[in-house]
Design a protein around this ligand. Sequence first.
Ligand SMILES: C=C(O[C@@H]1C=C(C(=O)O)C=C[C@H]1O)C(=O)O
Length: 348
Amino acid sequence: MNETTAFAIYRLPHQQQCVLVDQIGGLPRELPSCAELCGCEGFVMAPFAPSADCPILLLRPDRVYTFACADHVKALIPVDSVENIESQIEPQPFSHADYQVDFANFHEHLVNGEFSKLVLSRSVDIKRKPGLTAISLFAEACRRYPRVMVALVSTPQAGTWLTATPEILLSGSGRFWQTMALAGTMPYSDKVRWSDKNIQEQRYVATYVTEVLEHYTSDFTEHGPRTVRAAHLAHLRSDFHFTLSNTDRVGELIQALHPTPAVCGLPKDEARQFILANEHHDRRYYSGFMGPLSLHDTTHLYVTLRCMQLFNSHCRLYAGGGILPESNEQLEWQETEAKLDTMRRLFQ
Ligand SMILES: C=C(O[C@@H]1C=C(C(=O)O)C=C[C@H]1O)C(=O)O
């Protein structure tokens, strides 16, 4: 059969053109761990924590099209086939009271010194107006958010997800690679002043990235942190550029980086277990990563943030933020509200 069974469309930051990766027939491949990504080519969608229910997926690039702009994509994607593979689940509201319970729990484990940083997340369901297609939401995200990576991915296993994310996990080709440490959040303005807490939160990520890179290369530079804009928000970002003498260890490097303390916590493995066991919801593909892998020899993996899963009647939006012992619940809640607005504004 000559039909799309899974697809991804993405638009990289500061570009007009969009790329569609189309798998014709069969399910996207499921991989047991990020390390297995080595030597693979296609579009990857990985969850926060791989499981039987939420596997790492690799879409086979049977057809790859480039479009001059997002509006041209609308004409080509068969909207019906997109809508058909969206799953349907009952809305599960995550209340402010649930968040307060989670915050108190996370905070206690920070204050007692078990963790130095934990990222707490939440989700919210919003109604989807009939006729508002996934493709039109993608085009709207491209129009509103030129500085971020916008991607729409639909697979039978994961459903349909849209992200407008500012955070590179790993990008590069040949010998030249880059990653970043992105953390700290403020409303965007000309003169953002960063608190010590925000500076510390970002420093944890930068130190972690440095420690990982030291195992893979002796040739890297770190620039920053500097203030960058993502939609209506500002973040602190350090950029890391490095060389890899061969790409045989790219899968291992992804495994070592993901999930960074920008979305998980420290120490990493314990923080991931704690989040899985304690957060009020299942993150699924939120705070995982996605993007083209070795497609035309180039990789652009981004952390799946400012994202939502689309269902027939509603959309589930996700956001989180780094918590330190000095964090305040009200301010953290407001930060998640501000991050959720990135997706919410697409419906206005
Ligand atoms: C966790 C999210 O964002 C991450 C956490 C940030 C923070 O804690 O300040 C900032 C940018 C991202 O690295 C999110 O958007 O959901």
